[in-house]
Design a protein around this ligand. Structure first.
Ligand code: KMH
Ligand code: ZN
Length: 277
């Protein structure tokens, strides 16, 4: 990848696990998600990785809750790319996880392997991956491959060879999940050495790995995801005021490395996510 290509920043603003008890900045409602999306967009985020919550903060993949959130985000930030999660929360069924795909969103995640996830298991055996990919294809949703560990990439490439994951391939290396691959630079370099040269990639560092991996990805020509889903802290012991502050920190790293931030149009071209009519 071109080391000076414009940088696409994704903001993972909510997730399924983090709670208001841990950080008051975690958005739950459609309007909170939209306001946080607007703040992240203003700092340079071009993709919103979206989970939704019930009013009590518990995670859901309910289609209508996603619809309300997407409409609210669209009304505040028409240009931003909205990526719905098909991971949901640990323990959800394929039918639950794929509810947002029924809305014909422009972009979604696809996790291509199983790993420990804290003290739980994020379960993605091949029938689950293939079913989610089939529904994404049916709704013509662009897929981002989420690789929490090295074998997830091999699985994705096997599914790509079978025609189940379409070109062009785009990977998100999610590194630092307790129970999966850690977020060191050597792990990142190994992950990126295993993907096809034509593929695009980004990194989502979890916890303390978030900003160091953002810097490493920026220097290597990759793209970056930050946000409260992955990490609550701006620095050791200092809670981020919102995902927007982590986006700002990543954008600052890009400025220091002389990488421009992608415009909304550049982000859509780099990720192959055209604006839907
Ligand atoms: N909440 C994690 C178990 C995704 O969004 O696609 C899964 C996850 C991945 O967040
Ligand atoms: Zn997620």
């Amino acid at each position: 990848m071109d080391r000076k290509a414009p940088l696409v920043l994704t903001a993972a603003i909510c997730g399924a696990e983090v709670t208001r008890d841990q950080s008051p900045a975690v958005p739950y409602t459609a309007i909170e998600l939209a306001e946080e999306s607007a703040r992240c967009f203003a700092e340079g985020a071009r993709v919103i990785h979206l989970h939704v919550r019930r009013p009590d903060g518990s995670p859901t993949q309910d289609r209508e809750t996603f619809r309300a959130a997407i409409l609210a985000i669209r009304s505040k930030v028409p240009e931003v790319i909205i990526q719905v999660s098909t991971g949901g929360a640990v323990g959800m069924t394929v039918d639950q996880r794929t509810e947002p795909l029924e809305l014909d969103p422009e972009f979604c995640t696809l996790t291509t392997g199983t790993c420990n996830f804290g003290n739980e298991v994020f379960s993605n055996p091949f029938p689950v991956i293939e079913a989610i990919a089939a529904r994404a294809r049916k709704h013509a949703v662009r897929m981002e491959i989420e690789a929490f560990d090295a074998g997830f990439i091999d699985n994705a490439l096997a599914l790509h060879r079978k025609g189940l994951i379409p070109d062009p391939l785009h990977f998100d290396f999610v590194l630092g999940v307790p129970g999966a691959m850690i977020g060191t630079e050597d792990r990142l370099d190994f992950m990126r050495s295993t993907i096809p040269a034509a593929a695009t990639w980004m990194v989502a560092g979890v916890g303390r790995y978030e900003l160091p991996l953002a810097k490493a990805a920026i220097e290597r020509g990759g793209h970056v995801r930050v946000g409260l889903e992955d990490n609550l802290f701006l620095s050791k012991g200092v809670l981020a005021k919102g995902s927007w502050e982590l986006v700002r920190a990543a954008a600052d790293l890009a400025r220091e490395s002389d990488r421009s931030l992608a415009t909304p149009e550049e982000a859509r071209r780099i990720l192959s996510v055209p604006m839907r009519a």
